[in-house]
Design a binder for this molecule. Structure first.
Ligand code: EPU
Length: 302
């Protein structure tokens, strides 16, 4: 979608919002799939209510993009614009055991920065790509930990009230790859409380998780992590593997040979290829195990 109305362009400029026309979302997603649309980069949280009022009053549909690492975007010209937070400098501020982190901060860098200051707990998340905001919204987790356990406060833009709010950790529910945030809430910043640990000890934990990840996941390939959530008490990856579906392809979309719940873009896969592969695998799991797999990856196709 292109914003061509000069009035909107001028208002964006007044708000200090950067307009990047016809951004190619394949370049902004870890799957390297996705069509084009205008990208609006937000440099100040405080401008968001006015920005959203502007877009709503002109009937411009929009979506919030984080790090693009758990996302499958449709092909071609997209029918909504994308909003993305620019990362401030610094994006992590420490005070005792608390880390005040901007939602646009890179998750891996945040974990490392905290580790260097003897704050641990998030060792399992070191290899998870994406932003802190994305990890927060999905309650990212790995190797027995989840980010939600450390959240004490969240600053967010609430579309329902058109305002910026601060929620306390107890007001938010964090479940397996799910949170109580509304779909149109925009994560802005988070205050984490992290346990004190020596850098050496944290590094050891990080090494162990990295090793496990390297040996079981296709790290060098373009993917969005696990495509499906694990059904209660079962493993989506193991079920897909048991059906002999590793290597199954539609165009360049392919079930990873290393981990069957990772679907990779092995070249020039389109969203259409990936969606066909997803529904074909889902169908086979349904008929073999009578289990309805739920997407973990967020799909922006309509
Ligand atoms: N397995 C197979 N074949 C496969 C893949 C897995 O037999 O192709 C088996 C493994 O041998 C193991 C079991 O299935 O016995 C579980 O596999 P794994 O330990 O790799 O964990 P997972 O349940 O597949 C989850 C998360 C990952 C996270 C890892 C490590 C989900 C959907 N996935 O994977 O998170 O990194 O645990 O904690 O919850 C993500 O969220 O995108 C993600 C990759």
């Amino acid at each position: 979608m292109r914003i061509e109305d000069a009035k909107i362009v001028a208002a964006l400029n007044d708000l200090g919002v950067e307009l990047r026309p016809s951004a190619w979302l394949a370049e902004l997603t870890s799957l390297a799939i996705g069509g084009t649309t205008d990208l609006l980069r937000i440099h100040k949280h405080e401008t968001i209510p006015d920005l959203l009022r502007l877009l709503d009053s002109h009937g411009v549909p929009h979506r919030f993009l984080g790090g693009g690492s758990n996302l499958l975007v449709g092909d071609g010209e997209l029918s909504w614009v994308v909003l993305q937070l620019a990362s401030p400098d610094p994006d992590v501020v420490l005070e005792g055991n608390f880390a005040q982190v901007d939602a646009a901060a890179d998750l891996g860098r945040t974990v490392t920065y905290c580790a260097k200051h003897d704050l641990g707990g998030m060792e399992g998340l070191i290899g998870v790509p994406g932003t802190v905001g994305g990890a927060l919204r999905m309650n990212a987790g790995a190797y027995g930990m989840q980010i939600g356990s450390y959240v004490r406060e969240v600053k967010l833009y609430r579309a329902a009230t058109h305002g910026i709010e601060i929620l306390r950790g107890e007001q938010i529910s964090f479940e397996y790859r799910h949170t109580s945030f509304a779909a149109d809430d925009m994560m802005l910043a988070v205050k984490l409380e992290l346990p004190s640990k020596s850098f050496k000890e944290i590094l050891q934990g990080i090494r162990i998780c990295n090793e496990k990840r390297r040996s079981s996941q296709p790290l060098g390939q373009k993917s969005a992590g696990c495509i499906f959530k694990n059904p209660p008490g079962a493993s989506a990856g193991r079920m897909i593997d048991e059906l002999g579906l590793k290597g199954l392809s539609v165009g360049d979309a392919r079930v990873s040979d290393r981990h069957a719940n990772f679907f990779v873009n092995a070249g020039n896969a389109t969203a259409k290829d990936m969606l066909m592969l997803i529904s074909s695998v889902r169908e086979r799991v349904r008929s073999a195990f009578s289990v309805e797999l739920e997407h973990e990856v967020v799909i922006w196709n309509a």
